[in-house]
Design a protein around this ligand. Structure first.
Ligand SMILES: C[S@@+](CC[C@H](N)C(=O)[O-])C[C@H]1O[C@@H](n2cnc3c(N)ncnc32)[C@H](O)[C@@H]1O
Length: 206
């Protein structure tokens, strides 16, 4: 299983708070992490990116999934750190609490999902390539992952790279994660609203 690429500076993956993540995520945070205009853009993106009836893995999930209300999906599995947040998420058909920094292996069945999403959370992973590699194995052949990013974060828990690199280099970094994790192709799209938090989406295909 690939770990963090040795060609990337190891200090990029340092965090101010390196304690086990379950301490930080013990309390539910029933808040939105991006502006409403940005959420609208994300939902609109999913409206075209996702296929109705497909099985979704909402990785690093919370109490909202930003999926278009009118679209029906098959299984929508959430993986996150706080059970209360996941229990309140109306789009999830099932969910699990799993710390991907402690164990980067996704504990779900291989080749089970059509799509995986990581929304405004990639900056919290200290072994992102290993995590993305394990998510790739949970996707069906031809499956896709969408990694949506903005500029807000919990600063003590985000890795240094997402605090020191400019936006274009953070986007390149995430593209390189996908390439090193074995995705066949990666693409970038700027979906930022005119007024609101930016929205940068990197996708990869199995
Ligand atoms: C900023 S919130 C984003 C939540 C949600 N994706 C959204 O769009 O609102 C960050 C999420 O990452 C999850 N997370 C953080 N560290 C994690 C870890 N080590 N393993 C799994 N999930 C983690 C938390 O449970 C939290 O729900």
């Amino acid at each position: 299983m690939p770990d963090t690429d040795k060609t990337l500076p190891s200090h990029w993956f340092d965090r101010q708070d390196n304690s086990a993540d379950h301490y930080f995520y013990a309390q539910p945070r029933l808040v939105q992490h991006i502006d409403l205009a940005t959420i609208d853009q994300l939902t609109e993106y999913y409206r075209h990116f996702l296929q109705e009836g497909s099985d979704l893995l909402d990785c690093m999930s919370s109490w909202v999934s930003h999926l278009p209300e009118e679209m029906q999906f098959g299984r929508v599995t959430g993986l996150g750190m706080n059970a209360e947040e996941l229990r309140r998420n109306p789009r999830l058909t099932d969910w699990c609490v799993h710390d991907l920094n402690q164990d980067p292996n996704c504990p779900l069945d291989p080749a089970r999902f059509d799509y995986a999403m990581i929304t405004v959370s990639i900056q919290y992973l200290i072994k992102p390539i290993a995590v993305l590699d394990s998510l790739r194995k949970c996707l069906k052949p031809g499956g896709q992952i969408a990694i949506a990013m903005s500029h807000r974060c919990f600063p003590t828990k985000a890795i240094a790279a997402f605090q020191v690199l400019p936006a274009n280099e953070r986007i390149q970094l995430v593209k390189s994660y996908l390439e090193q994790a074995g995705y066949a192709s990666s693409q970038f799209r700027d979906c930022s609203p005119q007024h609101g938090d930016p929205l940068w989406i990197v996708t990869g295909k199995v």
